[in-house]
Design a protein around this ligand. Sequence first.
Ligand SMILES: Cc1ncc(C[n+]2csc(CCOP(=O)(O)OP(=O)(O)O)c2C)c(N)n1
Ligand SMILES: [Mg+2]
Length: 593
Amino acid sequence: MTRLSSDQPLLNCNVLRSDQGWSCIATDKFALSYDTRDCHNSLIGRDMKSSDLFVKALEAEGVEYIFGIPGEENLDFLDSLSRSRITLVLTRHEQAAGFMAATYGRLTGKAGVCLSTLGPGATNFVTAAAYAQLGGMPMLMITGQKPVKTSKQGQFQIVDIVAMMEPLTKYTRQLVSGANIPSRVREAFRLAQEEKPGAVHLELPEDIAAEATEECVISASNVRRPTAEVKSVQAAVERIQKATHPLLLVGAGANRKMTCNMLRRFIDTFGIPFVTTQMGKGVVDERHPLFLGNAALSSGDFVHRAIESADLIINVGHDVVEKPPFFMQVDGVEVIHINFFTAAVDPVYFPQVEVVGDIANSIWQIGEVLQKQDHWDFTRCMHVKEHGESHLLEGADDDRFPVYPQRLVTDVRSAVEGEGIIALDNGVYKIWFARNYKAHVPNSVLLDNALATMGAGLPSAMAAKLVHPERSVTAICGDGGFMMNSQELETAVRLKLHLVVIILRDNAYGMIKWKQANMGLPAFGLDYGNPDFVRYAESYGAQGHRVNSTAELLPRLKKCHAETAVHVIEVPVDYSDNDRILNHEIQQRSVKV
Ligand SMILES: Cc1ncc(C[n+]2csc(CCOP(=O)(O)OP(=O)(O)O)c2C)c(N)n1
Ligand SMILES: [Mg+2]
């Protein structure tokens, strides 16, 4: 072993296995180099505890942040982290840490990492695990545990977290020896990040964290996603050429990887119109002349008239976890499923042809062979689009106060410039934003149409800002959803994030009120009071704003986007027309088109 210019403790070296054997990556503090073959018995093993090795393994995976709340069972891990380049983002609730980690994963494709203690900390991860798992967001949860080899505290705080995580993750393991850490961590990242991405979990018991180890980190292999088989491409091409009214549907999977350029080219070349699912928004700019609309509602909207007119749906990146954008029927429209993985069959989804492999590559392969057909006819689709677009404009300039949802969407769209991101919580406004807000770039509308949990709006916006500090980020929350993780305002202020947080105040769980009305039930059990959101925000050191007239909204949004701070804007909303428009008017008018 050759050692250069350092007599620092050896455990600060990042060790990676390379093609040549073993190598050491110099950290900021150290410049080390050594013969790679003898790391096992000299450099690494000496004085290294397993939590150090764990942190090295995370560094080797490129982890930048760990979100969470340590407990006493994580203290060795925390100590190792203190000597790492990974930034610890301390949150005020584990659920929020999980939402942040998942969103980091959603935006980067690399697993976001979150940390909690055993028992109560770990159980707080449950909703975030489901959010990541259903939403296809790569995330690693690390939880502590009491010593597993000896225990002096009976069953105090002990819950079988590994078993609890079983239905919520792709992989959940307790680490029972330092020797397993490199392979377990690599396996966790491999599975979290591989299509379809999701949640994974590793439990690091206190005694294992402290145990000495001589292991080395295993770095990721050089691997590429498989591409579609040529016969499946041919089958798709034949069907598309034979169809008279083909239609493209773009879903969540297309937003996870770089598919936008290929899809845009495909649409421009062949002139086939497209529809987006809620989580497919922005893959192709929704201002495109061939964009027919977003399937925010499952049925009965203008966009569904276009879908009904199709005799073939080319379904790109959609899977059944997302609320269905349309329902398949026996002897109904045919579907070509283009995704990274085969279709999970469901009573409303049973495609006839599947093109499985990297989506961008599949679209490219199809585009190479496909011939534009004279018999393709999109007249009906374009007619429906015209009516749909004109309905979208209704209410867009309505200046009633409290603010009308359609006007809110218009003003938010005007205030969000460039590649700005909006992160939505869950409430009735999500439908309005999915339907009326035109996304310009991929992953610029972060909404959850899979678990559809409340409480993720603010944490996901915070993570988006950490990932993209150069882009504007706006969280849009109902007064219900905001209060589920409002404590994270402190974290946002501490991190000095420039964020705009809109709270839509209707003093109620408005979404459920809307459904209650739709079922013809009397209003009951869904109203509440609220704090003074301006003073509430200010008590955290954020800037609090209240909009007192609709005319104030847009200038206020623009000002908040211009001034660096955590801005919280209370916007009273008028939901009185939701039932009439979303449940009745849209259906009645679209059916006449
Ligand atoms: C964690 C969680 N609890 C309950 C629900 C069911 N739910 C969906 S939307 C909603 C009401 C949302 O209220 P709010 O955030 O105020 O938004 P609004 O619809 O009033 O604009 C509820 C209770 C949910 N999706 N997630
Ligand atoms: Mg509400």
